[in-house]
Ligand binder design. Structure first.
Ligand SMILES: Nc1ncnc2c1ncn2[C@@H]1O[C@H](COP(=O)(O)OP(=O)(O)O)[C@@H](O)[C@H]1O
Ligand SMILES: [Mg+2]
Length: 161
């Protein structure tokens, strides 16, 4: 499911500061959230809170999958909520109405990626989660290896000429 998220973007259904949100073509119960150019971390923060802080799950739109570099996140699609729920945890932040949706008759937050909330929930002050850093290092290592291979190829083809 994770591998083909990007190929299955349906029509755009929303947009915020950090992400564009599309319907998931393969299953209309889901949305795909894609970082805008230059944005990192939003999807990972949401994924991290969803997976490591189960006490908040009943107030959150469930995350189902994330792409390797965190650029795409598959989340359960909700219907527009006209208001916030009667009560929600005090650590929640960025309470704009557009950040709440209705899933199975519950009003839940669909945008829980902001840094302020992340700090309050996790006690971390990092923009990137540990996993994200490790993955970023892996990607950088892969990238460095690719560049090295390409320049070696170039050198050896020059030598042959
Ligand atoms: N799970 C979802 N279900 C339905 N609509 C969503 C969902 N997630 C986001 N959206 C829509 O897309 C808009 C942008 O998504 P959001 O998560 O707020 O991105 P950003 O982090 O850039 O603000 C939201 O305001 C909402 O209208
Ligand atoms: Mg938002």
């Amino acid at each position: 499911m994770i591998k083909d998220i990007g190929k299955k973007l349906g029509k755009k259904i929303g947009e915020g500061k950090g992400r564009k949100v599309y319907e998931y073509k393969k299953n209309s119960r889901y949305v795909v959230k894609v970082h805008k150019a230059g944005v990192v971390g939003c999807n990972w923060r949401e994924w991290y809170i969803w997976n490591y802080y189960p006490e908040y799950k009943k107030w959150l739109a469930p995350c189902k999958a994330i792409s390797k570099c965190g650029n795409m996140l598959l989340q359960v699609r909700g219907k527009k909520a006209r208001k916030r729920p009667a009560n929600y945890p005090s650590v929640f932040h960025d309470l704009a109405k557009s950040n709440w949706v209705v899933i199975k008759d519950r009003i839940v937050m669909c945008d829980y990626a902001n840094l302020h909330m992340f700090r309050k929930v996790t006690g971390r002050n990092y923009e990137k989660t540990e996993e994200e850093k490790i993955r970023a290092e892996d990607v950088n290592r892969e990238y460095a290896a690719k560049i090295r291979r390409a320049s070696e190829l170039q050198k050896s083809s020059k030598r042959r000429r």
